[in-house]
Write a protein that binds this ligand. Structure first.
Ligand code: FOL
Length: 208
């Protein structure tokens, strides 16, 4: 079987890794954070072939949580994992519909093959159940974490505690310079603040 392509998980989480509450994100007004998400998931890696696009893989609940006017996320191949995946091939022809598949493995296979458009990076953008499935795969090499320095009531969590410099399972935090190089973003030193909320852009990589 073909080796799975490298996966990058992208997530914004509170100190205790909370990512959601009652079907949406528990914070509001982190507009620059959302714009960072949009740029980072859209920007192609330096060596991407002409015409390539990145893929964003998400669960059905995350798809539902995106404001309809932003769906599908523009300039990216949107792949939605749902137990009621039907005619995924046909739906990909309609620009307002994402590609639907039943498992994360199918999403990765679809991202990798059966495409006329070459693929750039592959991002997993949640939610909790999909992050959990992705983290079990060898292919999950990197997490782009926005660490939100505030408590919010959450009922959904990122299933891996990323704190300090190292975390269980061989995860290590990379430097701001390495994050800048990988994302192509200019990241301010000492974190961000927006709507009275402090947060920090981080990059974690799996070393084992
Ligand atoms: N990762 C990070 N860092 N921040 C997030 O907010 C985030 N959110 C999700 C997954 N990973 C994340 C899932 N939720 C949109 C809405 C909800 C959502 C993800 C994306 C969305 O509407 N995105 C538009 C930007 C719209 C805007 O500019 O306000 C996009 O084009 O990406």
């Amino acid at each position: 079987a073909m080796p799975l392509p490298e996966l990058t998980l992208i997530v914004a989480a509170t100190r205790n890794m909370g990512i959601g509450a009652q079907g949406s994100m528990p914070w509001q007004g982190l507009r620059k954070e959302m714009q960072y998400f949009a740029r980072v998931t859209t920007r192609l890696p330096p060596q991407a072939p002409p015409g390539a696009v990145n893929a964003v893989i998400m669960g059905r609940k995350t798809w539902d949580s995106i404001p309809p006017k932003f769906r599908p996320l523009k300039g990216r191949l949107n792949i939605v994992i749902t137990r009621s995946a039907s005619s995924s091939g046909a739906s990909s022809l309609a620009p307002t519909e994402p590609v639907r598949v039943s498992t994360l493995e199918q999403a990765l296979q679809l991202a990798q093959t059966a495409r006329e458009t070459p693929l750039g990076r592959i991002f997993v953008m949640g939610g909790g159940q999909i992050y959990d499935a992705a983290l079990k795969l060898e292919a999950a090499r990197r997490v782009l974490l926005t660490s939100i320095d505030r408590e919010f009531d959450c009922d959904t969590f990122f299933p891996l505690e990323l704190r300090g410099e190292e975390a269980a399972g061989g995860w290590v935090r990379r430097s701001r310079e390495e994050l800048q190089t990988w994302t192509g973003e200019e990241i301010a030193e000492g974190g961000q603040e927006e709507a009275g909320t402090k947060y920090e852009f981080q990059m974690w990589e799996k070393t084992i």
